[in-house]
Design a protein around this ligand. Structure first.
Ligand SMILES: [Zn+2]
Length: 90
């Protein structure tokens, strides 16, 4: 099962059971969804590509690396996984 599949199932569970008295379970599932969101790589914000300046897509902190920025797998502030795969030109 992928993270995306797990998130879909957990979100559907909340929609079905959200009106029932399950606040603790619902809060635990929301926390799990948040954790899955952080583990799912997201594209960094391209602040200035030539200057190799990028921001975290979740907390907007600057992403730093001693050598290649693409070696930064996670934001060191919030832990968001970063996706450096090639962008499609828009
Ligand atoms: Zn971050």
């Amino acid at each position: 099962m992928t993270y995306e599949e797990a998130k879909k199932i957990l979100k559907a569970f909340i929609e079905i059971n959200g009106c029932i008295e399950l606040p603790i379970v619902i809060n635990a599932i929301k926390k799990a969804i948040e954790a899955l969101e952080m583990r799912t790589p997201k594209k960094a914000y391209d602040v200035n590509r030539e200057m190799k300046s990028f921001d975290c897509p979740s907390c907007l902190s600057s992403l730093y690396a001693e050598d290649e920025l693409e070696n930064v797998g996670y934001c060191c502030v919030c832990g968001q996984a970063i996706d450096w795969s090639a962008d499609e030109e828009t």
